[in-house]
Design a binder for this molecule. Sequence first.
Ligand code: MN
Length: 194
Amino acid sequence: MFTLTQFPLPFEYDALEPDMSENTLHFHHDKHLATYINNLNDLIEGTEYEVLPLRKIIKKAAAENATKIFNNSAQVFNHDFFFHCLRRGGGGRVPDEIADAFGGADAFRAEFKSTAAGIFGSGWAWVARDGDKLKIIAGAGAETPIAHGMQPILTLDVWEHAYYLDYQNRRADFIDSFLDKMVNWDFALENLKM
Ligand code: MN
């Protein structure tokens, strides 16, 4: 049978210090993501889901309102995608290919920041392509563009476990650090080509 195993972190645990601490990444990757993977494996064992690739599990669970399978499969995808959106020495200039769709880099940053800051409770701020249009989307809980046939371009995890050890309640500062110092724009541009 098909069993998902842990996705390796695409950088060293201390690569993002001090903007995202080694401690945060151990909890986030080794505990939170691992729990979603274990839950998903338990939920799909012996069902028709267990032979499907992850993106198809997400779409099928969304279509069938299989909430537990959706939440856990989406959280697995979202976290692996999110960790690839980060790099040491990242952030800075927003590539024109993305900025131009929002009226320039400043307008992109303002919309992304207000969207990420405005998510009530746990969720994800996404840049996604819907048809041929780039959008910034506020996703509650485990919400993911995969469920809606959109191409994910970039995401920021704004669940408290993503930032509370380093920023406590200061989500806006976490968003600034993401945009200024951590975004892997090369990964976002790769996604734009798909
Ligand atoms: Mn998370």
